[in-house]
Structure formats: structure tokens, C-alpha cells
Write a protein that binds this ligand. Structure first.
Ligand code: TAP
Length: 496
């Protein structure tokens, strides 16, 4: 019995993984060259779980053309009719809840307790939120101008291109494409080559839910081939990229040259300020969870812990106890709290950062080590780590993207804020204090897209989520503004 059988992978999940996977274009599965495949591994065991045929330039052109042709009919449907398709997709996801949760856990290595408790239901909520919002929000705004009948008339852009990273393939897919679809656009998606499976499963369910041909298209393959061609394609009218700041700059540049408006949701290096009057048990719970959730491969996690000097030892003791208690194992095991890194490359990246950080003088309060849980001896596991030192260290300044935090101390509010602002990321920060006036004041002053009080990782539909500076440009996700991001404003005016 192999490890997956021991984990009781369902028949439906196994049948999907064994099917002929490739790109999804115009409601058909396309495998231009069955020899050119991405081999998908279970990062817990390194066992091969699926083979996905890569798309090529022709596949991409066909996908954009299909989306272009589908746009006319899809954009002219009343919002309420598009909402019916979207709710059918949400229904299909709920019916296939266990299968999609297993596929996502297996592909990324995520703990199934998290895919079932967060990723999958939160993605379904996203579909229902935007489906309903689109039927309620007006597309037009009348303008009160003297001697003129005038309005802003909002129309969908056309073909929207999406490029996604590997860490939350299912959630980010839905956060991206659902507002675009609800607004009447058609979509071409490039999932991460490392983790394309849940995207392909959602495409399959969309087909079963009756989505018209060409409305949703997925082209598999690498960023350098498919992603770069997508973001400069002349028939793409809007782009959205989620991923690293480095690649985001390249995509922003390519879109700029092609004059394609582009949303960029990029990396992060979140800070958490812990004041001496904070509930330290709460802070330890929230911050240990922040770096172990999805094995720390989370853009908005808090990895810079800026703790008031007087409570640093007590906080450290509490948080280390929590980090040591996390159960590490195969993502599909019901009692796993933290799975492996999603790839060997990411594992090595984290280990290299820790080594460099220590060589630069950081103290390892809790060192990160490679682990080999029973039954998963070849997997990409490592334990959580906590380094400490001053804020000049590489592990304080750069995004590591693993279960690792860096603790530094401060004396007063101004020093804490100066440390937060000593680097240019601005995605998500938090402040812990029982003095709510102080917490609100500090939260207001942080230069960052999302500032949370006495919690880290706060998400809700209706609460805009986006980054500034190195963390993003052009909108964010999850709010009414996101819906309007996919509608192009034009004016209509008549002199009276
Ligand atoms: P990236 O290396 O930037 O890759 C993201 C996507 O871009 C992948 O699909 C990749 O394709 C593609 N890509 C790479 N080079 C490209 C190019 N030249 N042109 C077009 N596409 C290209 O990021 P990652 O390692 O997958 O994900 C981790 C990063 O994403 C972290 O920085 C994290 O903070 C960030 N992130 C941000 C958010 C939000 S909402 N702000 C959410 C999640 C993650 P391949 O398939 O070839 O890799």
C-alpha cells in the first residue's frame, strides 16, 4: 500500500488525478503534445500524483480567441443570469467538497483541516458574494452637472488574463476570476505549473455547471512561456497577476508596453507589534498560527515580530511552546496541523535564508530543521523556526515564505513604527495591545494595505484586501471595489 492509499484518498479524487489533464479551452480539454507534461508531486512523499500536459503558444492563442468570441454573449447577459451560473458553480463545489479539499491538500501539501475549514468554504463564499453583489450594485452613476444629462456608464473590459502563484491555488483563483466573471468579462487563466490541479478541477465543474464555451479557459505551462505571452496578448484587455514582487515588476512592465491595465497582488513581509500591555497568550496563539498556517507560505503572514523589550522573554516562552506543539505530518492526515513546504526549491530557499541569517549574527531561539515524519521520509518537511537579533538581518528584511519568524525588540511606539517602516513591503501588519486607543492609533499610522488589531490574518468579503509599495498596485481583492475593477468606466453626456 502506498502512502496515498494509507491516507484514504477518495475514488473521485483518484479518478480526477488519473484522468488526462491539460489545458481547458472553449470547454474542451487540450493536450497539444502529450509528451510535454508537468509532473505533479505530492510534496509530502514526492510520489507522482498527476501528469498535466503543458499548453503552448497556439493553445494560448486559441484560449484568448475563445474568450474573445464568448465575450459578446456573456457580457450581454443580465447580471442576474450570470449569477445563476456562478451559484451553480458554488453548488457544484459544495457537492464535491471532499474531493476539491483533497486535491488542494495533496497538490500543495496543505493540512486538510485547513482546506476543509478555510480554503474550500471561503472560496465558495467568494462566488456567492460576487454573484449577489453584481445583481445589487449599479453599473451606472448619474452625474449632477449643470445643463447636462450625463452619467458614468460601466462596461466589462473583455478578455481578462490571470496569472496565479502556487501557495493558495484554489482561493486565489476564485478571488481573481469570480468578480471578473460576475461583471461580464471572460477569462484566460495561467495557474502555477507546480500546483495546477484545483484550477483544472474548478474548470471541470464549471463545464458541468453549464458555463458557455469560452467563458472560462485555463492554459497550463510555465510563466516564462504562457504567462509572459498572456500579459502582452493584443486581445487581452485587463490583466491580474498574483505572485512575487520581482515577477510582478516584469509583468507590470510588459502590460505597460502593451497598454493593458494590470492589477498586481504581490509579496509581503508582515510585521506584528506586540506591546507590553498586550494579551500575550493571544499574541502567541495568533502569531504561531500565522507562521504555521499553510507552512508559512502565506503572502500576508507576520514574520517580523517587533516585541516591547519588557515582555520579550515572556512572549518568547509562550510562542515557542505553541510552535513546538504543532503536529507536523502528511497534509491528508486528519490530525496534521502543518504540512511540508510545497516544493524542494522552497524548502532549500528557507534553509538558505536561515543559514545566511545566522551567519549575519541572528540567534536561533528555535532552529528550523528538516524533518522526516513517519511514512513521509522523502517529503519536504521542516520545523518552525524563530530567529532573533537586530533589524539589519536578511531574515528581518526579505520575504522567506516558510514557517519562520524573526523577533526584534523596541522601547517605544516611535521605534516600533520605525522598524515596521524600515522595509518597503506593505501587505499586512498587526498590532497587539489591550489599550485600544493606542492600537488604533498605531494601526492607522502603519503604511500598509491591511492593518489588524489583536489578530493576524483577518479576511471577510466586503473587507478590501490589497498591498502597497512592494506588495501591490492596482486594486486588491474581496470587496465591491474589486467588482468595479473589472468594469471600465466611460461617460455618456447630452447637453440640455
Ligand atoms: P512567482 O514566482 O512570482 O510566480 C507567480 C506566477 O507567475 C506563476 O504562475 C509563475 O509561473 C508566473 N510567472 C513567472 N515568471 C513569469 C513571467 N516572466 N511572466 C509571466 N508569468 C510569470 O511567485 P510564486 O513563487 O509562485 O508565489 C509566491 C509569491 O506570491 C510570494 O511572493 C507571495 O507573497 C506572493 N503572493 C501574493 C499574494 C497576494 S494576494 N498579494 C497571494 C499569494 C502569493 P510558473 O508556473 O512558471 O511558476
Amino acid at each position: 500500500m502506498n502512502t496515498l492509499e494509507a491516507m484514504h484518498l477518495s475514488e473521485a479524487s483518484q479518478a480526477f488525478l488519473d484522468s488526462e489533464l491539460g489545458s481547458f479551452v472553449n470547454n474542451e480539454w487540450v493536450r497539444p503534445d502529450a509528451e510535454s507534461v508537468s509532473v505533479i508531486q505530492d510534496p509530502c512523499t514526492t510520489e507522482v500524483i498527476a501528469r498535466v500536459a503543458k499548453g503552448n503558444q497556439s493553445t494560448l492563442n486559441e484560449a484568448v480567441e475563445a474568450a474573445h468570441l464568448a465575450f459578446n454573449d456573456w457580457s450581454r447577459l443580465p447580471a442576474v443570469e450570470r449569477a445563476v451560473y456562478l451559484h451553480r458553480l458554488a453548488d457544484a463545489l459544495e457537492r464535491n467538497f471532499d474531493t476539491i479539499a483533497e486535491i488542494e491538500s495533496l497538490d500543495v501539501g496543505k493540512a486538510i483541516v485547513n482546506t476543509k475549514g478555510f480554503d474550500i468554504p471561503f472560496g465558495v463564499d467568494c462566488i456567492r458574494y460576487f454573484a449577489d453583489l453584481a445583481t445589487a450594485l449599479p453599473a451606472d452613476t448619474p452625474l449632477a452637472i449643470k445643463n447636462m444629462e450625463a452619467k458614468i456608464h460601466r462596461v466589462p473590459y473583455g478578455v481578462c488574463g490571470f496569472v496565479f502563484p502556487w501557495n493558495f491555488p484554489y482561493n486565489l483563483l476564485l478571488w481573481g476570476i469570480i468578480p471578473a466573471l460576475a461583471a461580464g468579462n471572460t477569462v484566460v487563466i495561467k495557474p502555477a505549473e507546480l500546483t495546477p490541479l484545483s484550477t483544472l478541477f474548478v474548470a471541470k465543474l464549471a463545464q458541468e455547471a453549464g458555463f458557455p464555451k469560452g467563458v472560462i479557459n485555463v492554459v497550463t505551462g510555465s510563466g516564462s512561456v504562457i504567462g509572459s505571452a498572456l500579459c502582452s496578448h493584443p486581445k487581452v484587455k485587463r490583466m491580474s497577476f498574483t505572485g512575487s514582487s520581482e515577477v510582478g515588476k516584469q509583468i507590470g512592465e510588459a502590460c505597460g508596453r502593451a497598454l493593458i491595465p494590470c492589477k498586481l497582488e504581490l509579496g509581503g513581509k508582515g510585521a506584528a507589534i506586540v506591546f507590553e500591555d498586550a494579551d500575550l497568550d493571544l499574541a502567541a496563539e495568533q502569531l504561531s498560527a500565522a507562521i504555521t498556517f499553510n507552512t508559512g507560505q502565506v503572502c500576508c503572514t507576520a514574520t517580523r515580530w517587533i516585541v516591547q523589550e519588557s515582555v520579550a522573554d515572556t512572549f518568547t516562552e509562550k510562542v515557542v511552546a505553541k510552535l513546538k506543539a504543532v503536529k507536523i505530518g502528511h497534509g491528508l492526515a486528519a490530525d496534521t496541523g502543518m504540512g511540508p513546504m510545497a516544493s524542494e526549491k522552497q524548502l532549500n530557499t528557507v534553509i538558505d535564508y536561515l543559514e545566511t541569517g545566522k551567519a549575519q549574527g541572528a540567534k536561533a531561539i528555535l532552529d528550523g530543521e528538516r524533518l522526516q515524519p513517519s511514512g513521509c521520509e522523502k517529503g519536504y518537511f521542516m520545523s518552525p523556526s524563530l530567529l532573533s537579533g537586530d533589524s539589519s538581518n536578511i531574515c528581518f528584511k526579505e520575504e522567506i515564505f516558510g514557517p519562520s519568524a524573526y523577533l526584534t525588540t523596541f522601547k517605544d511606539e516611535e521605534e516600533a513604527l520605525a522598524q515596521v517602516h524600515s522595509i518597503d513591503y506593505g501587505l499586512a501588519n498587526s498590532v497587539f495591545s489591550e489599550d485600544l486607543d493606542k492600537a488604533r492609533r498605531v494601526a492607522d499610522r502603519m503604511i500598509c494595505g491591511n492593518n489588524w488589531i489583536n489578530a493576524h490574518n483577518v479576511f471577510a468579503y466586503g473587507l478590501p484586501y490589497g498591498g502597497v509599495n512592494l506588495s501591490g498596485l492596482g486594486g486588491g481583492v474581496n470587496s465591491p471595489e474589486t467588482y468595479y475593477d473589472y468594469l471600465r468606466p466611460q461617460t455618456v453626456a447630452r447637453p440640455l
